[in-house]
Design a protein around this ligand. Structure first.
Ligand code: GLC
Length: 519
């Protein structure tokens, strides 16, 4: 098997407004990312997925785009993007862009024209009707907003400031594919497709049937607003476009994902990969523990292996509470190490979220500080996604080395002790742990390409083998806070991580992680 960057490598997600500010305005920017490329190369990641940096009025912090083919002046200029791309490539790092094409901003020129009158050429670029159906917006309320100027309602699956485009219109399809062409021509390596399986709606817009659920959006079966068959030919067309360039990649954000649904959208003539978010849905009913994790892993292994589709692994992203906030007690990183080990040793492409390598925790905001639209709408039941979007913690200076100004969101109060500089100086830190595990993964074909074999472990222990033709690696994770005996499978085993050397001891300390190679 030849090396494929998106399959064998690691993709690091950057939320540009929170990574590094170079202008002193409190917002991260593209030159800021360029300035941190050596850090990212040193971490050992293969690609960066950049959340949106296009012109946007920020009704959904960049996920409402005003122009697909430009850079918002607050993040830099196109020339800054070209420089970031060239500097990343010089270090062997690829760039994956976030394409938000289910909807545009209401400030996009297309929508501005579309809402002018009922007969203008762009009217049909969006979805206008005389009356709403029963569809609900994911961020609360009805999915339709009345526009007095023309006396009709328009569809939006997210906020009213994010009107859904009409992908059934061939001119829209052309314009959207042109945006891909624009970035491909600049040398971009891949794309993350935002809520791609919502692009097409049923042509008759029937009401969704009801179902039990808490919020309006969850009280419907989403039969007609997502997952329509017209998506398949579009994915094929996109794939043909990507394949006309060498080694390009597309990963889809599957809306309301299940592993079965994910594999249906992937394949040699569809997406390369799509997210299934198997490990992000822990809660009081399904707590984070080895039995839960194993059941999730085995289920997805069966589905992805049978379909011949390469999985992705996600623990954290810009929409979710960070894994460290979900699983750790206070500042203790033991459970974050377990999550990191799963992320980096399961079969599938790991997506690492900025700051995950130092165990950043979510910030807590007062109601008046909340910026995220669903958080403002649903507080205190749901506090929104600002928590996981706080500035990257680089050092112990006042704004954590992120900015010389006032950051757009507060820095986490733990910044003075939890930051990159402090963890660089501590060989036992999560940062060193992560970097060593990434290096081991790169050097060990079984860990990135090998098959997955679950093992039967005692209570509290999750264990599995990763096996390639030439190697077998045992991964043993003790989630529990006590010593557990765990004899290895037959054969002799040499510990390779966290410190290489010595025989596998047959016993795991509290929350201990051991990787061993069969000799
Ligand atoms: C995706 C993005 C999320 C955004 C939404 C609407 O789920 O990940 O951040 O708010 O789409 O674009």
């Amino acid at each position: 098997m030849t090396h494929l960057w998106w399959r064998d490598g690691i993709i690091y997600q950057i939320y540009p407004r929170s990574f590094q500010d170079s202008a002193g305005d409190g917002l991260g920017d593209l030159p800021g990312i360029t300035a941190r490329l050596d850090y990212l190369a040193g971490l050992g990641v293969d690609a960066l997925w950049l959340s949106p940096f296009y012109p946007s009025p920020d009704a959904d912090f960049g996920y409402d785009i005003r122009d697909y083919c430009d850079v918002d002046p607050r993040f830099g200029r196109l020339a800054d993007f070209d420089r970031l791309l060239a500097e990343a490539h010089r270090r062997g790092i690829r760039i994956v862009l976030d394409m938000v094409m289910n909807h545009t901003s209401d400030q996009h020129a297309w929508f501005q024209e579309s809402r002018l009158d009922r007969t203008n050429p762009k009217r049909d670029w969006y979805i206008w009707r005389d009356r709403p159906n029963n569809w609900q917006a994911a961020f609360g309320g009805r999915a339709w907003t009345f526009d007095p100027q023309t006396g009709q309602v328009y569809l939006h699956l997210f906020t009213p400031r994010q009107p859904d485009v009409n992908w059934r219109n061939p001119a829209v399809r052309q314009a959207q594919l042109d945006a891909f062409r624009f970035w491909l021509a600049r040398g971009v390596d891949g794309f993350r497709l935002d809520v791609f399986n919502a692009f097409f709606k049923h042509p008759d817009l029937p009401d969704n049937p009801p179902k039990l659920g808490l919020r309006g959006f969850d009280r419907q079966h989403h039969l007609y607003d997502i997952d329509q068959p017209e998506m398949m030919p579009l994915l094929q067309e996109l794939r043909t476009l990507l394949d006309s360039y060498p080694e390009r990649y597309a990963v889809g954000e599957t809306y309301l994902a299940t592993p079965e649904k994910v594999v249906s959208y992937c394949g040699p003539d569809k997406l390369h990969a799509a997210f299934s978010f198997d490990f992000t849905s822990t809660n009081l009913v399904y707590p984070w523990n080895p039995a839960w994790a194993l059941q999730k892993i085995v289920a997805r292994e069966q589905i992805f292996t049978a379909a011949g589709i390469w999985p992705t692994t996600v623990m954290s992203n810009h929409d979710l509470p960070r894994a460290a906030s979900r699983y750790c007690r206070g500042e203790d990183d033991a459970q974050a190490r377990l999550a990191m080990t799963l992320l980096l040793t399961l079969r599938g492409t790991p997506f690492l979220y900025y700051g995950e390598e130092i165990g950043m925790r979510d910030i807590r905001l007062r109601r008046s500080e909340i910026l995220d639209p669903p958080g403002r709408k649903y507080w205190p039941f749901y506090k929104g996604r600002d928590g996981c979007r706080s500035p990257m913690q680089w050092d112990d200076t006042p704004a954590a080395g992120f900015s010389s100004g006032t950051p757009w969101l507060p820095v986490h109060p733990n910044w003075a002790t939890r930051n990159v500089a402090a963890q660089e100086a501590d060989p036992e830190s999560l940062l060193h742990f992560t970097r060593r595990l990434i290096a081991l993964r790169r050097a060990t074909p079984a860990l990135h390409g090998g098959s997955f074999v679950p093992l039967h472990g005692p209570a509290g222990v999750l264990a599995y083998l990763r096996r390639s033709e030439e190697q077998t690696i045992l991964v043993a994770l003790n989630f529990s806070r006590r010593d557990v005996r765990f004899p290895p499978p037959e054969g002799s085993w040499q510990v390779v991580f966290p410190v290489a050397g010595g025989d596998y001891p047959g016993q795991l300390g509290p929350q201990e992680i051991l990787l061993a190679a069969k000799v």
